[in-house]
Write a protein that binds this ligand. Structure first.
Ligand code: B12
Length: 247
């Protein structure tokens, strides 16, 4: 079995072994070269603070990106009301834990093969003042060919956009995957839809911009409602309203 296949198998098994069928569907895995010029471009697009893979692991050769898609039931549960559903809050917390668990398990597995690896947590790595992180899992997912951005700023994969992404930077070369040419987002295809913009309960999302602080205030409101579950700074109305939340 190739290293690519071993990594995909490890991630698939980790999700199925997590006994969360009611929350998650089968994961997707993509690979990008750490030397892909787009990682340099991110220092322009996101800002000079954005890490290059070699800032995370000096010996970086490849970035492994993976997506854990939420189940149709979780997505349906969050289509009602203006505050996020308990199922969405639970899947948010469980996915963050599972992403960090899988990333560390992969690092350990690769160490057994003398392959160096490093990761960035699923979330809560941002500067509270700017609400920006030094690593964009969704930009890495784009570079690894897992999907394209939607107007709701989510990466829409072939399994949809409802779910969460992780990244592991490794010192072994694995050929990068091809990026999809076509947009899935209807707005980027023909200027129509915009259902995500209308679905935002706090009007933070616009076709020409995003007020991340207004969004964050709503996430913190939701977090107060589900303290028994854990830190649920989530919402997802702009995600579940999209016809491509699950594919
Ligand atoms: C900080 C943060 C927030 C902040 C600010 C969001 C922001 N920066 O836009 C707040 C708290 C508001 C927030 C809200 C939400 N978040 Co959030 N968040 C993050 C976090 C921790 C860091 C993101 C960041 O700062 N990136 C740096 C910024 C500036 O880059 P970026 O926004 O990621 O990418 C932009 C550019 O790269 C750019 N871009 C433009 N042109 C080009 C060209 C190329 C070639 C490339 C590659 C990129 C690119 O497009 C992107 C969007 O504008 C990430 C986890 C992570 N470390 O990636 C999760 C993350 C982005 N959030 C996520 C989610 C799901 C949410 C929420 C739905 C809440 C929820 N979970 O219920 C809302 C959605 C808001 C929205 N519609 O965007 C997911 C997205 C999954 C997906 N399907 O894409 C992530 C990836 C977490 C995860 N591990 O899966 N979030």
């Amino acid at each position: 079995m190739s290293l690519r296949e071993e990594i995909i198998e490890l991630i698939n098994e980790s999700v199925s072994d997590s006994d969360n069928e009611e929350f998650f569907r089968n994961p997707l895995v993509g690979f990008s070269s750490a030397n892909d010029p787009l990682y340099n471009d991110l220092k322009e697009i996101v800002g000079p603070h954005h890490f290059h893979p070699q800032d995370i692991l000096p010996e970086a050769k490849t970035v492994v990106s993976f997506f854990i898609p939420f189940s149709k039931e979780v997505v349906a549960s969050n289509r009602k009301g203006e505050y996020c559903s308990r199922e969405w809050a639970e899947s948010y917390v469980k996915a963050n834990g599972l992403i960090d668990h899988i990333s560390n398990k992969l690092i350990h597995y690769l160490a057994g093969k003398d392959i160096k690896a490093a990761t960035i947590k699923a979330t809560h790595t941002y500067d509270e003042r700017t609400l920006k992180s030094a690593w964009s899992h969704r930009s890495a997912a784009y570079i690894a060919g897992l999907g394209r951005f939607g107007l709701n700023r989510m990466i829409i994969s072939k399994a949809g956009s409802a779910g969460r992404y992780g990244s592991v930077v490794i010192s072994q070369e694995i050929e990068g995957d091809k990026r999809p040419e076509e947009y899935i987002c209807t707005y980027y295809k023909n200027g129509k839809c915009k259902i995500c913009v209308d679905a935002c309960p706090v009007k933070a999302l616009h076709i020409d911009g995003f007020d991340r602080f207004k969004c964050y205030d709503r996430l913190l409101e939701n977090a107060k409602r589900f303290q028994d579950i854990g830190l649920c700074d989530a919402c997802g109305k702009c995600v579940v309203a999209c016809p491509f939340a699950t594919i």
